[in-house]
Ligand binder design. Structure first.
Ligand code: ADP
Ligand code: MG
Length: 466
């Protein structure tokens, strides 16, 4: 008999058994963990944090979404990621159906269960991801100064280090630290108004806001009315004159009012190109600190913590082997551990050194691991478009060319599959990607200017990640 499930009073009738529910939860947790390989934690918290797997039967997965926006994003942007994640975690191909969660019409009677944190908290509009805290940030020689000044900024916002500017190569913990500052201030002062936004988000919101006086005013109120402003990936402001200007004014207003500003970027302010001098000197007016690559002990400690957080039993030998193999980016270190655990779980065999070797073979260890997002951001920066535009369905030449270049570089640098590239670029079909790659490869042979452009973007990506 086909089991029918219907919604009634906000509850699912014929609910799965408790053990099934636990199993779905576990699978979903592993899927989200796997996704951390390709997606940022912020992205996962925003779009997947409050989703649930509610049924999985014969390759059909039903996923519950909190609202329509999330549902659309999952359907379009993350479909390929989900397919890959389910493939790894459960094996085989899956079909997905998405549903919007009906509004609860009863107030939970047990306040303890109501307030229990989920794996990822709902991402509130302030942009903070609760999973990034000081507690789960390992401190070592390479980041101790950054951590201590960040903590000081939490203790006395606006008073000691303002602005606080943190810079480092990719995957070394800047974003984590910014969120940790925000979460920590919020814990201390629940009423504090805090916003975390990447410079890219600031820019795209700003551009959207200038369409009417009313939205422009809302934008200003939002960013100028905070107690703590955390802006990530500040290098994105390069060459974007209008949003730089807006940010300059926002910064000045907050600074004069004694509000704390914390900034992160991929380089020292002195190395910024195409960012106005007056803004650079504002950045340099406070405290500048960097984060270096972690040493072996620190890498090992991070792996231990990560494994423990997932309640996974991994021998010290395996963790050490992994820590020795991968230097540099902590993101890559984590990603490889996640992959190892996901595969070990799928194959129901312990995470041995043998399995680790197999994982490392499929993702060759390079100290220059480059996240797909970094490639996409570099291309967007070069062509002055946002990654939202790049990943949209827009087919105008201004967007199609950068999209094809991004696909080309994703293919060349990360050796991603067509399917994966399609996923990174907003859920495009693999045949679309193949067509675009063919076009760009042909063009590169005949068009020297384009070739120079692409080489300079490649140089920027590789140089940044050295
Ligand atoms: P960045 O912004 O510098 O590129 P992220 O903050 O995104 O780097 O860090 C990449 C990943 O590594 C994140 O998942 C983060 O939680 C983790 N990470 C980085 N530094 C540490 C650390 N010191 N302790 C624990 N996890 C870390
Ligand atoms: Mg970052």
């Amino acid at each position: 008999m086909v089991r029918k499930e219907i919604w009634k009073n906000g509850r699912l009738k014929n609910q799965p058994s408790i053990s099934q529910k636990t199993e779905y939860k576990e699978i979903w947790k592993n899927v989200l963990t796997f996704l951390e390989r390709d997606l940022s934690k912020g992205e996962i918290a925003t779009f997947l944090g409050s989703t649930e797997l509610i049924n999985l039967h014969e390759g059909k997965a039903r996923i519950l979404c909190p609202n329509r926006l999330t549902m659309e994003k999952l359907r379009t942007r993350y479909a390929a990621h989900l397919a890959e994640a389910f493939q790894t975690v459960c094996g085989g191909e899956h079909q997905f159906s998405f549903e919007i969660k009906p509004l609860e019409n009863t107030i939970p009677t047990d306040s303890r269960t109501a307030s229990q944190p989920s794996l990822f908290h709902h991402a509130p509009p302030n942009g903070l991801a609760a999973s990034y805290s000081f507690e789960n940030f390992v401190v070592g020689l390479s980041n101790q100064l950054a951590v201590s000044v960040a903590r000081a900024a939490v203790e006395q916002p606006g008073a000691l280090h303002n602005p606080l500017f943190i810079y480092s190569g990719v995957g070394l913990g800047k974003t984590h630290l910014l969120h940790a500052v925000g979460n920590s201030v919020r814990e201390k002062t629940p009423n504090a108004r805090i916003i975390y936004a990447s410079a890219e988000r600031f820019t795209s919101e700003f551009i959207r806001s200038i369409q009417s006086q009313q939205t422009a005013a809302t934008f200003r109120r939002k960013f100028r009315g905070v107690d703590v402003l955390l802006i990530d990936d500040v290098q994105f402001f390069a060459s974007r004159t209008a949003s730089q200007e807006e940010f300059f004014n926002t910064f000045n207003e907050l600074f004069l009012a004694g509000k704390q500003v914390v900034l992160a970027a991929d380089r020292h302010p002195a190395e910024f190109k195409n960012i106005e001098q007056r803004l650079v000197s504002r950045f340099a007016g406070g405290m500048i600190t960097d984060i270096q690559e972690p040493d072996l002990d620190m890498r090992l400690q991070i792996l231990r913590n990560k494994a423990a957080a997932q309640q996974a039993e991994v021998s010290e030998d395996v963790l050490l082997a992994l820590a020795q193999q991968l230097e540099g980016s902590i993101r890559q270190l984590e990603g490889t551990l996640h992959q190892l655990l996901a595969i070990s779980q799928a194959q129901k065999s312990p995470p041995t050194e043998e399995l680790l070797k197999a994982v490392l073979r499929t993702a060759p260890p390079t100290s220059t691991f480059i996240a797909p997002q970094d490639i996409i951001s570099s291309v967007c920066r070069a062509y002055q478009i946002t990654s939202e535009q790049l990943c949209s369905a827009n087919r105008s030449r201004e967007v199609v060319l950068p999209r094809q270049i991004a696909a080309y570089l994703l293919r060349q640098i990360s050796r991603a599959s067509l399917h994966q590239i399609g996923g990174f670029l907003g859920g495009k079909d693999h045949s679309t990607i193949l067509y675009g790659l063919g076009k760009i490869e042909k063009q590169l042979i005949s068009d020297q200017i384009l070739k120079n452009q692409v080489e300079s973007i490649r140089g920027e990506i590789l140089g940044k990640n050295r």
